[in-house]
Design a protein around this ligand. Sequence first.
Ligand code: ADP
Length: 160
Amino acid sequence: MSRVAIYPGSFDPFTFGHLDIIERGSKVFDKMVVAVAYNVSKNTTFSIEERVEIIDEVFKDNDRVEVDSFKGLLVDYAKSKGTNIVLRGMRSVSDFEYEMQMAHANKSLDPGLETVFMVTSRKYSHISSSLIREIVSLGGSAGDLVPEVVEKKLKQKLQN
Ligand code: ADP
């Protein structure tokens, strides 16, 4: 049986921290589905379509990583993908509370759903999408924090 894990998130923008979790997740699961979530309450820099396109570009040569987007409940989306595994990254204690709450909420919606946490690699634990947006909008370089395609698109968006 092949093990598919959903890696959901905003990815606004996609960072080396996200990439690290996907690469390590690929060693544990047979297939990873990177699922960009529609979130009505978040004002995003990139549209859903732009985020999917950017992440697709990063994984264009990797057929074990699928890039997709979803609306509605994660538990329903996971079912539609034929899996009960959700992978999330954990950077610090401050992530813990929110992640626990989400995991419990999802478990009560679908007791069969399992959320698996992977602790962030130390060198990426300080990276957040909001920090990157701030650096680039102030004219700084994010080359050490995000893939090249992300930096290029961010500059186009935030520095014009
Ligand atoms: P969300 O809005 O759902 O939290 P994010 O795009 O911020 O979406 O994060 C998606 C997932 O990636 C979450 O599990 C988050 O904890 C994890 N993550 C975010 N930044 C990093 C990082 N620097 N290293 C590893 N994991 C990260």
